[in-house]
Design a binder for this molecule. Structure first.
Ligand code: PGA
Length: 227
């Protein structure tokens, strides 16, 4: 499985170095993807993780102050990048999310497109809106590269657990448009609820936010995922 460790906007340089040291002691058969803040990319030195990015620019390299382009990420061996995370969506238009996916595909970074409803009862309608948009505007080559991460907004950082049934229903909706793409799940995952979540047969991995910062709990989570 793919396990995304989304550190979000956390860790000073010194804290990151301590965190990385602790993270280096983890062994797992799953693919760990560490998504640190940009300034920590040049400090990354783990052999048990690959690098992921929390974001990417809509533009290539050039006069775009404060942006980080897909080519720059590629030069740090970034393998995956998140697009459309709910914590960024207020600042992004659908067109910008599309451009980000296109920039990533151009350089061979795998885009992980995050989608999920704001309110539980609106799952179908809100997912379809995003899926239709992607389906209409991405080329078939771009579609092939895409990973979809189902993250109900109400479950992110809230401690609210999504039922297996609710995840399976989201997967069915996603598969109508992207039958062959990997689907990840994210939202308040912890070392205990992973035992339930791993039973979702349609899920190829997990996106972990808050818990990614706590190495001991992360180790327990990975143990529970293996057993
Ligand atoms: P959380 O975050 O695990 O803290 O809910 C998940 C995410 O934002 O992707």
């Amino acid at each position: 499985m793919i396990i995304i460790l989304n550190n979000k906007c956390n860790f000073t340089k010194e804290e990151f170095l301590i965190y990385q040291q602790k993270l280096s002691t983890i062994t797992t058969s799953h693919e760990l993807v560490l998504c640190p803040s940009y300034p920590h990319f040049s400090l990354f030195s783990l052999s048990n993780c690959v690098l992921g990015s929390q974001n990417v620019a809509t533009n290539g390299m050039g006069p775009y102050t404060g942006e980080v382009s897909a080519e720059q990420l590629k030069s740090y061996d970034v393998k995956y990048a998140l697009v459309g995370h709910s914590e960024r969506r207020k600042k992004e238009t659908p067109k910008e999310m599309l451009e980000k996916i296109q920039q990533l595909c151009k350089v061979g970074i795998i885009p992980i497109f995050c989608l999920g409803e704001e309110a539980k009862e609106k799952q179908q309608r809100e997912l379809e809106k995003d899926l239709l948009f992607l389906d209409n505007y991405l080329t078939s080559k771009e579609k092939e590269q895409l990973i979809l991460a189902y993250e109900p907004v109400w479950a992110i950082g809230s401690g609210k657990l999504t039922s297996q049934e609710h995840i399976e229903s989201a997967s069915r909706t996603i598969k109508k448009y992207f039958p062959n793409n990997k689907i990840l799940y994210g939202g308040s995952i912890d070392q205990e609820n992973i035992s339930i979540l791993k039973q979702c047969s349609t899920i190829a991995g997990f996106l972990i936010g808050g818990l990614s910062l706590e190495i001991e709990n992360l180790k327990k989570l990975l143990e529970n995922l293996e057993n």
